[in-house]
Design a protein around this ligand. Structure first.
Ligand SMILES: [Zn+2]
Length: 300
């Protein structure tokens, strides 16, 4: 299936580079769904099945990189908080360091994509709920918005963001809204946490999907969302890849299967633009298989 027509000078990505640092497994809270075990099993699976893929440790994002998306007050609050940000978003010891590394993974993945690599940031915490002034929904810094704004600052004229996490990317939306150089699309369950994402406006396209929507119908919503982003002619496509729209994910009531995430990857493999993927949510035991299916079909 071809999502867009091939350009004569079709962009060819030949390498998969994964940005990962096992230090992102160091923080946890008993019973919290955003737990280290989500990620810990993924790297061994990918390394075993794809021995030719390259692995790099991301650096921590610097102040000036964070401050393109967040207020100084928020950056300082994440560093110095004395209590949980909300019920979902604990104040872990050193969370600012972990969140900076996760943002750094997104920046590095975007830069690698612009150099011609297929790039994936396999880091936690996730980012797409974090707003300019607020940590929420397991997220502290908006990794993908920070990466988009870095790309615009350094080499890209236009950036598109495709968010297929099963939750609305409200933080990304809030940060990039009305930025004419960014086009954003989020496909997500509605109603569900965080309660937003029912309406589209300006450069923001929201595609709400009702609980228990049939998977075929959900996929049929995700495809035109991506096609509209490609029509924006971005220099870089960033993907907020969350896998909690999976049928057996404990947090949502959506119905996607492994084959559907493989289909998303297949669409990306046919796209004539640099692509970087940043992990968001995904809380089922099958997360490694979902990610491998997605990445493998993207990299084929
Ligand atoms: Zn999610």
């Amino acid at each position: 299936m071809v999502v867009v027509e091939y350009a004569p000078d079709r962009y060819l990505a030949t390498l998969m580079t994964t940005f990962y640092d096992p230090s992102c497994l160091e923080y946890s809270k008993p019973g919290h769904p955003e737990r280290p075990e989500r990620i810990a099993r993924i790297a061994p699976v990918l390394k075993h099945r794809h021995p030719d893929w390259e692995w790099r440790s991301p650096r921590a994002a610097a102040d000036d990189e964070l401050l393109r998306a967040h207020s100084r007050q928020h950056v300082e609050h994440v560093a110095n908080a004395r209590e949980d940000f909300d019920l979902d978003t604990p104040d872990y010891p050193n969370i600012a360091t972990y969140a900076r590394c996760s943002a750094g993974g997104a920046i590095e993945a975007a830069r690698a994509a612009l150099r011609g690599e297929s790039a994936f940031s396999l880091m936690r915490p996730p980012g797409h709920h974090a707003k300019r002034d607020r940590a929420m929904g397991f997220c502290y810094f908006s990794n993908i918005a920070i990466a988009a704004l870095d790309a615009l600052e350094n080499s890209a004229e236009r950036v598109a963001i495709w968010d297929f996490d099963g939750h609305h990317g409200n933080g990304t939306e809030a940060i990039v809204a009305h930025n004419r150089r960014i086009q954003f699309a989020s496909i997500h369950q509605f109603p569900a946490y965080p309660g937003t994402g029912a309406k589209s406006f300006a450069n923001i396209d929201n595609y709400p999907v009702a609980p228990f929507t049939r998977r075929k119908q959900h996929v049929e919503v995700a495809k035109p969302a991506l096609e509209k982003l490609i029509a924006f002619k971005p220099d870089l496509l960033l993907v907020s890849a969350g896998f909690d729209a999976y049928a057996r994910d404990p947090l949502l009531q959506l119905t996607l299967e492994r084959e559907d995430f493989a289909k998303f990857g297949e669409w990306l493999s046919n796209i004539d633009h640099p692509v970087a993927v940043v992990l968001e949510g995904g809380y089922s035991e099958d997360l490694p298989e979902l990610i491998d299916a997605f990445l493998t079909s993207w990299n084929d």
